[in-house]
Design a protein around this ligand. Structure first.
Ligand code: EPU
Length: 335
C-alpha cells in the first residue's frame, strides 16, 4: 500500500512512504487531478521542497509535488519591477536569478530552502527581510471549487512566520504562482546580524546585492547544517514573543538574556538562545539531536524516526517552559 518513498522529498530525511506521488507541472495537470479525484474520498497532501515539514508516519493517499516552473515579468514602473514565479521554482534559484538580473530585494533571503510556492505559507524571512516586504499577490487553486483564486497581500494576513495558509486556509489551496515586487535600482539592507561585519571583513564598503547575497550565504553556511549532509528543517521552533513585563522578570534572573524589542510592550526572545542556555545545544538522543552550532535546529544523524524527533522537541518545550515560563511553538509543520 505505502509503496512510494518520501525520503527524497523531505529534508529532515525521514524514511516514510505514501501510496501515490503526483508531480504537478502545470495548471492542466492540476486540474486533471482534481477532475478525476474530486469524488474520491482519499486524502491528498501538497509538498514543495519538503524543507519545513516533519512527516512523522506513512501518509495515506496522494502526495502532490509542486513542480510548476517559470519566471515572467508582469510590469515595471519607475524603480519597481513585478515578477511572477511558478510556485514550484526553488526559492534560492529564484533569488539567484533576481540577483543576476540586478533586481534587488530578495538577497537577504538567499539560501532559504524550499520552493517559491511554500514561501508565503509561513512568510519566510531572514536577516531583517520577510517575504511580505516584496509580496504583491499569489494565485492558488481552490480544492473546493476547482478554480483559481487570487490573494492580494492584505488578504494573506502575513505575520511573523504566519499567514492565513497556516490557519483557516490550511490545506484548502494549491499555490500555483506568486508575484513579487523588486527594485531596479536596489538599496541594500545590511543592518541585521552579521552582514555588515562579514562585508567589512571582506573589505567591501558599498556592497552590491550580489555581495550582500554572498555574505548571507557565507553566514548561513557557517551556522546552519546543509540538509544534504545532515537532515534538518531549518529553525524548528518560532522565536517566542512575550510581554515586556514577563521579560523583565526573566532579565532580573538572567541579566544577559538575549532579546529584541518588537514594539507595543512585546519582546522577542531568541529560542536558539533559550535552548542553548538550558544546556541543549549539541545534545544527542539516538538518531536525533540539537545542532551544535545553532540550537534552534534539530538534526537527523541518520535513520531518525518521526516519533523520536517529536519526543525530543516535546522534552525541549517542557524544559523551556519549566525553566523560563516560556512556551515554544513549533515552526515546522508536523504531519
Ligand atoms: N542564539 C544563541 N544560541 C544559538 C542560536 C542563536 O544564543 O544556538 C542567539 C544568537 O546569538 C542571536 C540570536 O539568538 O543573538 C538570534 O540568532 P540568529 O540570528 O542565528 O537567528 P534565529 O533567531 O535563531 C531567525 C530565523 C531564521 C533566520 C535567522 C536570520 C526564526 C524561527 N528563525 O533565526 O530562519 O535565518 O533568524 O535572520 O525566526 C527558519 O525560519 O527556518 C530560519 C532558519
Amino acid at each position: 500500500m505505502f509503496s512510494q518513498s518520501l525520503l527524497p522529498y523531505n529534508t529532515f530525511g525521514l524514511d516514510v512512504s505514501t501510496e501515490e506521488i503526483y508531480p504537478v507541472e502545470d495548471l492542466i495537470s492540476l486540474h486533471q487531478f482534481w477532475i478525476s479525484r474530486r469524488w474520491e474520498n482519499r486524502p491528498w497532501h501538497i509538498l514543495g521542497g519538503g524543507s519545513n515539514v516533519l512527516i512523522t508516519d506513512n501518509l495515506a493517499g496522494t502526495v502532490l509535488l509542486n513542480r510548476i516552473r517559470g519566471k515572467r515579468e508582469i510590469a515595471r514602473e519607475g524603480n519597481q519591477i513585478w515578477i511572477e514565479f511558478g510556485g514550484g521554482e526553488n526559492w534560492h534559484d529564484a533569488v539567484m536569478w533576481a540577483v543576476e538580473k540586478g533586481y534587488g530585494g530578495l538577497e537577504n533571503m538567499s539560501l532559504i530552502p524550499g520552493t517559491v510556492g511554500a514561501a508565503p505559507i509561513q512568510n519566510i524571512g531572514a536577516y531583517g527581510v520577510e517575504l511580505k516586504d516584496h509580496f504583491v499577490y499569489l494565485d492558488a487553486f481552490c480544492w473546493e471549487t476547482g478554480t483559481q483564486v487570487r490573494f492580494e497581500r492584505s488578504a494573506c494576513e502575513f505575520g511573523y512566520r504566519d499567514s492565513i495558509f497556516k490557519r483557516w486556509a490550511k490545506g484548502k489551496y494549491f499555490i500555483t504562482h506568486i508575484c513579487l515586487q523588486l527594485e531596479l535600482q536596489p538599496k541594500v539592507n545590511t543592518q541585521y546580524g552579521d552582514i555588515a561585519s562579514t562585508l567589512q571583513s571582506w573589505g567591501i564598503q558599498n556592497p552590491s546585492i550580489e555581495e550582500v547575497s554572498r555574505a548571507v550565504i557565507h553566514i548561513r553556511q557557517s551556522k546552519l547544517p546543509n540538509p544534504a549532509e545532515l537532515g534538518n528543517c531549518g529553525s524548528f521552533f518560532k522565536n517566542p514573543v512575550i510581554p515586556e513585563s514577563q521579560f523583565k522578570e526573566l532579565q532580573a534572573r538572567i541579566p544577559e538574556a538575549k532579546h529584541f524589542p518588537v514594539g507595543a510592550g512585546w519582546v522577542k526572545v531568541p529560542a536558539g538562545w533559550l535552548i542553548e542556555h538550558a544546556g541543549w545545544k549539541g545534545h544527542r538522543a539516538g538518531a536525533v539531536g540539537v545542532h551544535e552550532k545553532q540550537a534552534l535546529v534539530l538534526v537527523n544523524y541518520g535513520g531518525a524516526q518521526g516519533k523520536e524527533v517529536i519526543a525530543l522537541a516535546q522534552k525541549i518545550q517542557a524544559d523551556i517552559l519549566q525553566r523560563y515560563g516560556i512556551e515554544l511553538e513549533m515552526e515546522v509543520n508536523a504531519w
